[in-house]
Design a binder for this molecule. Structure first.
Ligand code: SF4
Length: 486
């Protein structure tokens, strides 16, 4: 996984803020999906409380994950599929490459899969001399552009129609057009050839069902169905948490997933894949492989404070309401998992110090939890990550991120717990602010170490006389609420 520094975070965020096309696309996305999802939950036959039930279902599954996964494996094997447990990204890639080499695969097609982004599947296949074609339209666009996805379900949200028209003219040599149906037709024509020629198809897994031993993939384009049925070999990769124990749980999660992801009652194509085709079936692969990936998830499972994060079904509803994601976009997060889910899951999977900016950059407004179809308490975990950065944590190999900052907050907590000291501090600060530069009635610049606050905004000055001083001197009696009679 490539390094991602604080400077990268700031640079990418500034770039996004200065990109008017991206700003308008993000505003549109949040307007449509953010509002639409809330309405879709309200219109559920069971009402929005189904989210709370889904949370319980997910948590119960996660707490019994060993047993649930054992059942899943047993039933996938009964259906004729192969199962491989991958401890980490390298193990998963080795298995995928070995399977591809065994079948002498030269070309693979791929349905959209975030977990394959997590392990760097495309780079590994290309490095082994295997061509790989993304088949989701958004993923296809960003693959042609050589970029990373900027949203979990709308990976090319940062591209305008004109960008895509130019890209297609350059890369697939069609006359320039920015007409969406024409662009879609061109992509479909190019991808049909890939589907027909591919020796192997990769997919993710939205949710697996242990009881039946099948996986489900959901798409609106039908490309995953073609990626998983046309090639002779299908390899599905899933994070080890993406499983429901029973079919009735699976049904609830699938309905909520579609509402959370795209405010739809159900995605256009929901494929239930339970192994290779039977001998009498015309369509389907001869071999079905399920790769179940750990890659740091066991460590999350072992920690009660963060276990809830494994309830996530990667629907992206939290991105669609997050005020931070809505401004800085997905590339600023430095990894395919962006928004509030990325701000929690990336530090946990890849290092809390390494991805510290993500959890520190969120606002804790709580919109993500309200939008989450499984009601995950993301703000609680963002705070827990910040606490680890403030205090350090040997279990998670976290070193204190900023010792001077910790010192300042310790001093501040000491001051605000001592009335006399706090009043003295306010009086000194009210005097001191007279020497600071002003813009009308606002302070333009605070001195270090608070100067960062005023780099991009002015700040309200302290009142000359504090509320407590006014209260003590009797001034406060003169301030009457006009709506309240004596
Ligand atoms: S945290 Fe919730 S809203 Fe965000 S991706 Fe996961 S399931 Fe969806």
């Amino acid at each position: 996984m490539s390094e991602f520094t604080t400077a990268d975070y700031i640079t990418e965020a500034k770039r996004a803020l200065n990109n008017p096309i991206l700003q308008s696309a993000l505003a549109d996305l949040q307007e449509r999906f953010g509002r639409g999802t809330a309405l879709a939950y309200r219109n559920l036959p069971e009402g929005p409380d189904l989210r709370l039930k889904a949370h319980d279902i997910r948590l119960k599954t996660i707490e019994n994950l060993d047993v649930v996964l054992e059942t899943l494996v047993e039933n996938v094997r009964k259906n004729g599929g192969h199962v491989f447990f991958a401890d980490d990204a390298d193990a998963a890639l080795d298995y995928c490459l070995a399977t591809a080499h065994r079948h002498k695969v030269k070309l693979a097609v791929k349905g959209k899969s975030m977990v394959s982004e997590e392990i760097g599947l495309n780079a590994a296949l290309i490095g082994a001399g295997i061509e790989v074609a993304e088949t989701d339209l958004g993923e296809y666009i960003i693959q042609l552009a050589g970029e990373r996805p900027s949203h979990i379900i709308a990976p090319a949200i940062h591209k305008s129609r004109k960008d895509i028209g130019k890209l297609f003219a350059e890369k697939i040599r069609i006359p320039y057009t920015d007409d969406p149906p024409s662009l879609t037709r061109a992509a479909r024509k190019a991808l049909r050839q890939k589907f027909l020629a591919a020796g192997m198809g990769f997919s993710g897994c939205n949710i697996a069902c242990a009881e039946t031993g099948h996986i489900v993939t959901v798409s609106n384009e039908g490309n995953i169905r073609m990626s998983t049925t046309m090639p002779k070999v299908h390899v599905a990769i899933m994070g080890m948490e993406r499983v429901a124990a029973r079919l009735e749980d699976h049904d609830i999660l699938l309905r909520l997933l579609c509402r959370g992801a795209a405010a739809q009652n159900m995605g256009t194509y929901a494929s239930y894949i339970g192994g290779p085709r039977y001998s009498q079936q015309i369509d389907g692969p001869d071999e079905f492989h399920l790769v179940i990936l750990d890659n740091g998830r066991s460590r999350i499972l072992a920690d009660e404070e963060f276990r809830e994060m494994l309830c996530c079904i990667r629907c992206a509803a939290c991105l669609n309401v997050c005020p931070v994601y809505g401004k800085i976009g997905g590339h600023s997060y430095g990894h395919p998992y962006s928004g509030p889910v990325g701000a929690v899951v990336m530090p946990l999977l890849a290092g809390i110090n390494r991805f510290k900016d993500l959890c520190q950059g969120e606002t804790l407004c709580g919109a993500c939890q309200d939008a989450c179809p499984v009601n995950i308490d993301l703000p609680r975990m963002l705070l827990a990550l910040r606490a680890k950065l403030a205090d350090g944590d040997a279990n998670w190999h976290v070193s204190r991120a900023d010792i001077p900052e910790k010192g300042i907050y310790t001093l501040w907590s000491w001051i605000i717990q001592n009335r006399g000291l706090y009043d003295l501090f306010l009086r000194l600060a009210a005097l001191g602010q007279n020497f600071l530069p002003k813009n009308k009635d606002m302070l333009r610049r605070l001195p270090p170490p608070m100067s960062g606050w005023t780099r991009g905004r002015d700040i309200q000055p302290l009142a000359e006389k504090s509320f407590m001083d006014r209260w003590r001197s009797g001034d406060i009696d003169q301030v009457k609420n006009p709506g309240i009679e004596d």
